[in-house]
Design a protein around this ligand. Structure first.
Ligand SMILES: Cc1ncc(C[n+]2csc(CCOP(=O)(O)OP(=O)(O)O)c2C)c(N)n1
Ligand SMILES: [Mg+2]
Length: 589
């Protein structure tokens, strides 16, 4: 008798690791990027028991797993989930967590921790990861009681996705993973003070905005990642349809409004279009929607949109008046606010001259490059990729550097969530793992990482994940053999003195800026050979006349593929407003 009742009790008991994984399944998670180790092995054992419902992808570096979770989240709007062991596994996630915080990406990062009895003793592979991540997470937990797991997981998903999205860290000691309890699957959340559902514009505020629009003579919309995060692209399009107001976007906002609409002013800011920056500079009304007046957008912030009344709509109250005072501040879900505004808004009464002026600027000073260049320019390669992929469901990821800015300038984005860029943190190495995560979430999409050689090298190991997990990501590598963006700043502001920005052997003349011609003489490393070593398809292209066929081969390839594109290193991203400058400092040549 005794043994029967014991075993029936035992069947109701579930391990902490199984509870956590069941919580993931209950929250609809279909993919997790997880790299195992001593302190997370019970979690991985549990993952094998849920393999039919939850796909576990093994990245080759935890940072890759963190960025893959971001690629998943950025491309879908769903929570991305990654997992690592304690100590070095956990610290390898830190950059991806910080990155998600700055770009407001909803991810849940789970880390194994050493057992509770030894926490604080410098145990093997112990880092106080909650302390490390305190300033770079939206919220964080160290779970010391198995009975807390269901509540903590519910809160983690709620906090990551509501209000301004962001990363949540759940650190779970090994003994808590191994313990058993009878879980309360309906545990209630306990988040006093977190009341984001009340963040909605009031009718009086909306009336004020509508009145400001009606009276404006030179209105401009400044749209950011908040529009995409809130799923408010349709509302933005409707607002423009009703008012005719032109739209400038941040890097995070690209895709929120289609490039081919005549009202689209493309990107603003440091490497934004001449016309977007002119328009902002002369505007008398700025509708700042889901943006944070980042310094890469504003330059000298006191001079930014100096003549304009500013309407700032953002879900995060701490963004309002942070960098730039708003005349009409509205803390709201931007989708809600625009939906309400669209019900009452009318076109400005006297702005037709201004709309014509914006259109003229746009035709007079487009993004441009030397189309006669004898070789493949980065801008041309992106332009061509954009043309060849225009009719497909395509997601673009980027590294950080010149190639990233050219992708923002020359790839033609029509839909939200089609450009995934590490924007706020600017993390090199983002492109390939983000593409991997986007591909896992969007198996039918063409996912192309437009990368730089420096950035690509930082997470190149993820080619193995792409191959082994059958994620057919394409890499268009704009290989200038240099840390191009730093080279550009050396050229512009430091007399061209090369300071560790050449990526080949140190005896090469380029290492000290003594190279001849537009291209580095030596090609190093052999990226195509490396890619083949990982099992990927690969080719190198250097002749302009071969580019289209090479891109087509890449796109058609059945599996992951690296196209190493030989590009010059002396090309600069223009236009450029130097850091802390104003539109008066705009460099066009
Ligand atoms: C992790 C990290 N380290 C350093 C930097 C500073 N940084 C910004 S752009 C850049 C050069 C990037 O080179 P590459 O990826 O080859 O792109 P390119 O500018 O040549 O197109 C560097 C070093 C960074 N953004 N991220
Ligand atoms: Mg480079």
């Amino acid at each position: 008798m005794a043994s029967t009742s014991e075993s029936s009790t035992a069947t109701q008991l579930v391990s902490g690791a199984d509870i956590l994984v069941q919580c993931l399944v209950n929250h609809g998670v279909e993919v997790i990027f997880a790299y195992p180790g001593g302190a997370s092995m019970p979690l991985h054992q549990a993952l094998t028991r849920f393999a039919d419902r939850l796909r576990t992808i093994l990245p080759r570096h935890e940072q890759g797993g963190g960025f893959a979770a971001q690629g998943y989240a950025r491309s879908t709007g769903q929570v991305g989930v990654c997992m690592a062991t304690s100590g070095p596994g956990a610290t390898n996630l830190v950059t991806a967590i910080a990155d998600a915080k700055l770009d407001s990406v909803p991810i849940v990062a789970i880390t194994g921790q050493v057992g509770t009895p030894v926490i604080g003793s410098d145990a093997f592979q112990e880092t106080p990861i909650v302390e490390v991540c305190r300033g770079i997470t939206k919220h964080h937990y160290l779970v010391t009681d198995i009975n807390d797991i269901t509540r903590v997981m519910r809160e983690a998903f709620h906090v990551a996705t509501t209000g301004r999205p962001g990363p949540v860290l759940v650190d779970i000691p090994k003994d808590v993973q191994l313990e058993h309890c009878a879980p309360n699957w309906d545990a209630e959340m306990d988040l006093p003070g977190y009341n984001v559902s009340q963040r909605r514009s009031r009718p009086a505020q909306i009336k004020q905005v509508a009145a400001a629009i009606k009276l404006a003579r030179r209105p401009v919309i400044y749209a950011g990642g908040g529009i995409i995060g809130a799923g408010a692209s349709e509302e933005l399009r409707e607002l423009v349809l009703k008012t005719g107001i032109p739209v400038a976007m941040t890097v995070m906002g690209l895709g929120a409004f289609p490039y081919d609409d005549p009202r689209c002013l493309d990107m603003l800011g440091m490497h934004g279009s001449v016309y977007a920056n002119y328009a902002i500079n002369e505007a008398d009304l700025i509708l700042a929607l889901g943006v944070r007046f980042d310094d890469r957008v504003t330059g000298k912030v006191e001079e930014f949109a100096k003549h304009a009344k500013i309407v700032h709509i953002d879900i995060d109250p701490s963004e309002i008046n942070k960098n730039k005072p708003a005349h009409i501040p509205i803390v709201s879900d931007v989708k809600h606010a625009l939906g309400e505004l669209n019900k009452v808004v009318e076109a400005p009464e006297d702005a037709s001259d201004w709309f014509d002026q914006c259109a003229r600027w746009k035709t007079e000073e487009p993004f441009k490059y030397d189309s006669a260049f004898d070789g493949i320019l980065q801008q041309h390669a992106i332009d061509e990729l954009s043309r060849l992929t225009a009719d497909r469901n395509t997601i673009i990821t980027v590294g950080v550097g010149q190639h990233q800015m050219w992708a923002a300038q020359f790839y033609r984005f029509r839909h939200p969530r089609t450009l995934l860029s590490s924007s706020g943190l600017g993390t090199m190495g983002f492109g390939l793992p983000a593409a991997m995560g986007a591909q896992a979430a969007n198996p039918d999409a063409l996912v192309v990482d437009i990368d730089g050689d420096g950035s690509f090298t930082m997470n190149i190991q993820e080619l193995a994940t792409c191959f082994c997990e059958k994620l057919p990501v394409k890499v268009m590598l704009l290989n200038n053999q240099h840390l191009g963006m730093v080279v550009q700043w050396e050229d512009r502001f430091m007399g061209g003195n090369r300071a560790h920005t050449y990526l080949g052997p140190i005896e090469d003349p380029e290492a000290v800026g003594a190279g001849q011609g537009a291209f580095a003489a030596e090609r190093y490393p052999d990226f195509a050979a490396i890619a083949r070593g990982f099992g990927c398809g690969a080719a190198t292209v250097s002749q302009k006349s071969d580019l289209t066929a090479a891109l087509e081969e890449m796109i058609q390839h059945d599996g992951p593929y690296v196209l190493d594109v030989e590009v010059p290193y002396q090309e600069h991203v223009l236009p450029m407003i130097p850091s802390g400058g104003t539109v008066k400092d705009l460099i066009k040549e």
